[in-house]
Write a protein that binds this ligand. Structure first.
Ligand SMILES: Cc1cc2nc3c(=O)[nH]c(=O)nc-3n(C[C@H](O)[C@H](O)[C@H](O)COP(=O)(O)OP(=O)(O)OC[C@H]3O[C@@H](n4cnc5c(N)ncnc54)[C@H](O)[C@@H]3O)c2cc1C
Length: 434
């Protein structure tokens, strides 16, 4: 791909912006298309959440160099920002006060990507055709052409549904006003919605646990608030994490505090509860588990679904992509992050080689590379785009060289399989965000 000039980046999250910083350093022309009205649109949705990795793991190296040019004061390395602080203190200065500013188009939702003059089936000469990216900016359909594409559009806006079989539960679409997905801002804007209500939370990852902890604090102020934790599995144990063994202290502490909360009996726990149907009942929401005939159900005012995310693949439809059939991630990553094999993701740093798609010049990066797997570390994303930018610029040696050493967390159970890129010794890490 040497000689490439314009590189389209889908998404102005932490990884998309880092990609732009690396490309700029290499003299390439990034065009960042962001669906939201502002950069960091997904992170803003969980702005109230305190991150479990400290600043030293949240800042990309090329972004840091750009920020150095404007006299930016780096935050304290060992402090843990909230999502909102990540935006305010890092992403906004990066996007608005450095050379990146001229390269970002907000309110620009990508709706389709193809190769100029080539439908998906046509092969001869395909590699030389530029990409055409269609997007909507509220004024009308727009297009931009690029020599390569980095899809860093994340997964936040396509949460998994409540239904245990992966499809929405029967009635889920119609019960929308009593359901929230992800992590509502319970201490802030969503407080009034949940105070004094009976609230069910579905899921065992960090989003669900964080939400239950926020609700428990609300319950201390408004004791009528009743909490039900819906767990699909036979036991809730995996939600309690590695505790003191977790080298990411903030995450270990969350698991331990949550275990104590559950032990206190303030949360009603329903295990082996696999939602099949949702229906209005007397102005509330009835949640059925399993076959409706068996009658196992709860009735609540609100349901919060924290069962993770899945990648949005529609706008890649005209491109040739290869994804793992189960996880919907680049195939080479699947054995490393498969939740069937690991209690948490143990993935070695990796880059352009592992992330290249069959359509040459197309890369998926960031949160989206983990597909449906429940683990991702921002730092891993920064290393991905460093390598991809090098590859696009023709610096294959830098693209292959793994520069990142991830923190060891020491709580992964199950064997860590050899990485496809395991020539370089580095440490594993596991972080779960949903
Ligand atoms: C609650 C929570 C807490 C987390 N905490 C941590 C942590 O402590 N440490 C850590 O390392 N990681 C953490 N993560 C995981 C991960 O690092 C973050 O989700 C991070 O924001 C991923 O960055 P990204 O740039 O890949 O994706 P995102 O931040 O999701 O950014 C993607 C961007 O693409 C945009 N977009 C989507 N579709 C389109 C489209 N069609 N066209 C144009 N733009 C589009 C979105 O609006 C968004 O701005 C956390 C995740 C969550 C959900």
């Amino acid at each position: 791909m040497s000689g490439t000039r314009t590189i389209a980046i889908i998404g102005a999250g932490p990884v998309g912006l880092a990609a732009a910083a690396h490309l700029l350093e290499r003299g390439l022309e990034p065009v960042v298309l962001e669906a939201g009205p502002e950069i960091g649109h997904a992170v803003r949705q969980w702005g109230h959440v305190r991150m479990f990795s400290p600043w030293e793991y949240n800042i990309d190296t090329a972004a840091h160099r750009l920020l150095g040019g404007i006299g930016w004061n780096a935050p304290e390395a060992d402090q843990y920002p909230t999502g909102a602080e990540l935006v305010e203190r890092y992403l906004e200065p990066l996007a608005n006060r450095t050379a990146l500013k001229e390269h970002i188009r907000t309110a620009s939702r990508v709706t389709g990507i193809g190769r100029v003059g080539f439908d998906k089936v046509k092969t001869q000469g395909r590699d030389k055709a530029r990409f055409e990216i269609r997007y909507r900016n509220g004024v009308g359909p727009k297009t931009v052409q690029a020599d390569a594409v980095i899809d860093a559009s994340g997964t936040w806006f396509s949460p998994n549904p409540a239904g245990a079989d992966g499809m929405p539960a029967l009635g889920e679409d119609l019960a929308g006003e009593r359901i929230a997905y992800g992590m509502p801002d319970i201490p802030g804007t969503a407080r009034v919605r949940y105070a004094g209500r009976t609230v069910a939370v579905l899921g065992t990852g960090h989003s669900a646990i964080g939400t239950l902890m926020d609700l428990a604090r609300l319950q201390e102020e408004v004791p009528q608030t009743a909490l039900i934790w819906l767990v699909r599995g036979e036991t809730p144990d995996k939600a309690f994490g590695g505790g003191a063994n977790d080298r990411l202290a903030a995450r270990g502490a969350l698991g331990s505090a949550f275990a104590a909360l559950v032990a206190s009996g303030r949360i009603r726990v329903e295990t082996a509860f696999r939602i099949s149907r949702l229906a209005p009942e007397g102005g509330r929401l009835r949640i059925d588990a399993g076959a409706a005939c068996c009658g196992r159900h709860v009735v609540v005012d609100e349901l919060i679904v924290g069962t993770g995310f899945r990648p949005q693949l529609d706008f890649l439809r005209e491109l040739r992509i290869a994804l793992d059939p189960a996880l919907e991630c680049p195939p080479m990553l699947a054995p490393l992050i498969d939740p069937n094999e690991h209690s948490c993701g143990t993935v070695r740093p990796h880059g352009a080689r592992e992330l290249a798609q069959p359509d040459s010049g197309l890369y998926i990066a960031g949160m989206k590379t983990y597909g449906r797997a429940p683990t991702f570390l921002m730092l891993t994303g920064y290393e991905q785009v460093r390598s991809i930018a090098a590859e696009i610029a023709g610096d294959h040696e830098a693209a292959r060289k793994v520069e990142l050493v991830l923190p060891e967390t020491g709580v992964c159970s199950g064997p860590a399989p050899a990485s496809p890129a395991a020539k370089v010794e580095s440490k594993g890490c596991c972080l779960s965000a949903n």
